[in-house]
Each structure stands twice: as C-alpha cells, then as structure tokens.
Design a binder for this molecule. Structure first.
Ligand code: HEC
Length: 149
C-alpha cells in the first residue's frame, strides 16, 4: 500500500501542475551580500544617475535628462528576490510600473544599461542585499464588508 502512495502523489502533483516548472526560478539564490558595500557600489556604479532609493540620500546629478526611477519603498506588486535580481541582470525582461514608455524605454529595450560584463557575482549580491533592505512589502488588505442597513 505504502509503495503506491508515492507514485500516486507524484501523479497528482504533475496533474495539478504543482510540480515546479524546470525553468522556474525556484531554488535560485545568490550568496549572502553586504548591504553597506552594496550602497557604496550603487553610487560608484552610478546607478544614482537614474534611480532614487527610498530612505537613502544620494548625490543626484542636477538637470539630468533621465527620468528618475524610484526603487524601494512600498510597492503594489510584491517585489520578490527573483524579480529584483532579474531587473538588474536583464532589465528588459519587464518594465517598472507607473512610468510612460518614453521615460523608461527606447523601442522595446529598457533605458537601463547592461552591467553584465562588469559586475562580479559578489557585487551583484551586495547590490541586491542593499536594495532588498529598502523594499517594504505591502501587507495584503482584505476587502471590508460593512453591515447593510
Ligand atoms: C541610464 C539609466 C539607468 C542606470 C544607470 C541604471 N538604471 Fe536601473 N533602471 C533604469 C530604468 C529606465 C528602469 C525602468 C525600466 C525597467 O524596468 O527596466 C530601471 C529599472 C531598474 C530596476 C527595476 C525597478 C522596478 O520597479 O521594476 C532595478 C532594481 C534597477 N533598475 C536597478 C539598477 C541598479 C542596481 C543600477 C546600477 C548597477 C541601475 N539600475 C542603473 C535606468 C537605469
């Protein structure tokens, strides 16, 4: 009987689509980064030319033509770890919400430049830990139903 339970469970998992897709990001994780080094890097790599970060004051270039894209703070959509990493290494995979296309894209490409040939994995981990510590995940607010009189 026992022997049957496991194959049955696997069949059920596969049938309901609960088994992770082989291309799923599940299981992906960078080594622990250092948020203090990350903040320094954020300014050294000039991410500050195009971004503000909630709760941090950076020297921002004056009269920049580039529309600032705000990072951190409360987001309506949950910013997952995977989304954060992907936004840095593959900016055009999806676009920040709440901006007009011309402010953030050129054609179908993000205006964010590629750092992939200059960032080390350690630097990427540090940047992600720094940014992660400035995102506040908004709590889910359930709908309020009032008594009907
Ligand atoms: C030349 C301007 C520019 C620079 C420099 C730049 N970015 Fe961006 N970045 C953008 C734009 C524009 C977007 C919005 C479009 C998109 O989502 O790709 C963006 C999006 C992002 C997002 C996703 C935001 C969201 O809410 O979806 C993250 C995270 C990010 N950048 C991190 C960085 C980091 C870290 C650096 C430095 C290593 C950096 N950026 C440098 C222009 C820039």
């Amino acid at each position: 009987m026992r022997l049957l339970v496991i194959p049955m469970a696997l069949v059920t998992l596969a049938a309901c689509g609960c088994a992770p897709d082989p291309k799923s990001g599940k299981g992906f994780s960078l080594p622990e980064g250092d948020p203090v080094r990350g903040q320094q890097l954020f300014s050294d790599l000039q991410c500050t030319a195009c971004h503000t970060v909630d709760g941090v004051q950076f020297e921002q270039p004056e009269n920049s033509e580039q529309k600032m894209v705000a990072l951190g703070g409360e987001k309506f959509s949950v910013v997952t770890y995977g989304e954060l990493v992907t936004s840095i290494i593959n900016p055009s995979h999806r676009f920040a919400l709440g901006y007009s296309d011309t402010d953030i894209k050129t054609g179908d490409k993000s205006k964010m430049r590629t750092y992939n040939d200059e960032l080390t994995i350690s630097q990427l981990s540090d940047l992600v830990s720094f940014l992660e510590s400035h995102y506040k995940v908004r709590e889910y607010e359930s709908t309020q139903y009032y008594p009907y009189y």
